[in-house]
Ligand binder design. Structure first.
Ligand code: NAP
Ligand code: GLV
Length: 310
């Protein structure tokens, strides 16, 4: 029987992925989901948001790889097959995310929204710059992307602390963990960067009460998933000035609806969910390594724990 991988993405163009997969696994048939062929040949799936019912076409599936880091949408599906699931683990994706987070933190640390406001008013507005060491940045989530970003911020000299579920030891980062540490963590950081997965535990984790726990004038960066923050509560916190500025790449509803007050808010930068993406050339090595592991009867790497939600 032939052995095939099916590729489906509602976002990425398939050509670079097919070329990168073929370079890693020349013997494997790489098939687009709408291409003709015997569905029984398909043993592996590399997917981002396939349509409902997609997986039931493939009775011999052995591995699903999520074409991205966040698996919230995949795990929420009622039609998820009972096979191992991996998320993309890609060093280039981590670097792209770390550079976006650095940009966002610098935007707030170097008062860029205040200069943009002043420019609109044709006003020369001098603010004495602060050094990075005077600014505390908290990173919620110290996983693959979160820890890379936190280390990059520390390399730039910021006072960085990080929060995760289990204890962590990262050079130059003050790491704390667990719910009991969260309120103190929020209160201690002028700039908060959200890098958590969306799970039942993290949905609306940043509600009105926790946003109020941030110091007055705090700045918020969300590059993880919109529903981790109660967006209505964030709008109120921005209106009151308790949260002074925000850089938002992800939203409760995407695309962000026309009527969202966030569009028109001073100090809020909106980007359309592109802080980072999986890069075919670098990501396919991991996809291929897992396929080799499946064929050798070995456990896969970067396996998603469905019960944990990430
Ligand atoms: P990851 O490797 O799965 O790490 C998740 C981190 O969050 C871990 O440190 C984990 O703690 C922590 N965490 C999870 N649940 C928690 C809880 N209830 N309380 C405290 N800490 C908790 O994730 P990643 O690769 O760093 O990526 C993070 C997220 O970024 C993804 O899930 C995705 O949604 C998002 N993302 C967005 C973009 C974009 O373009 N905007 C691109 C890629 C990814 P432990 O270490 O203790 O397990
Ligand atoms: C993008 O949002 C991802 O989860 O990879």
């Amino acid at each position: 029987m032939a052995e095939a991988l099916v590729f489906h993405s509602d976002l990425d163009s398939p050509e670079p992925w097919i070329a990168a997969l073929k370079a890693e696994l020349p013997w494997l048939e790489i098939r687009l989901s709408n291409a003709p062929g015997d569905d029984r040949d398909v043993r592996y799936a590399l997917v981002w948001r396939p349509p409902l019912g997609f997986f039931s076409r493939f009775p011999n599936l052995e591995l699903v790889t999520n074409l991205g880091a966040g698996v919230d949408a995949l795990l929420a599906r009622p039609d998820l097959p009972e096979v191992p699931i991996a998320r993309i683990s890609d060093p280039e994706m981590s670097r792209m995310m770390a550079s976006f987070v650095l940009f966002a933190v610098l935007r707030h640390a170097r008062d860029i929204p205040a200069f943009e406001r002043a420019q609109r008013e044709r006003r020369w507005h001098f603010i004495t710059p602060r050094t990075a060491g005077e600014i505390s940045v908290g990173v919620l989530g110290l996983g693959e992307l979160g820890s890379t970003a936190a280390l990059e911020l520390a390399r730039q000299g910021f006072r960085v602390s990080g929060w995760s579920r289990s204890p962590k030891d990262l050079p130059g980062i003050a790491c704390v963990n667990g719910m009991e540490a969260l309120d103190g963590f929020l209160a201690a950081n002028e700039i908060l960067v959200v890098m958590l997965p969306l799970t039942p535990q993290t949905r609306h984790l940043l509600d009105a009460r926790r946003l109020a726990a941030l110091p007055r004038g705090a700045k918020l960066v969300n590059v993880a998933r919109g529903p981790i923050i109660d967006e209505a509560a964030l709008v109120e916190a921005l209106r009151s000035g308790h949260v002074a500025e925000a850089t938002l790449d992800v939203f409760e509803t995407e695309p962000l609806p026309q009527e969202s007050p966030l569009w028109g808010m001073d100090g809020v930068l909106i980007t359309p969910h592109l802080a980072s993406m999986a890069i075919p050339k670098s990501a396919c090595a991991q996809v291929a390594a897992n396929i080799r592991r499946i064929r050798a009867g070995e456990p896969i790497a970067q396996r998603v724990d469905a019960a944990r939600g990430y």
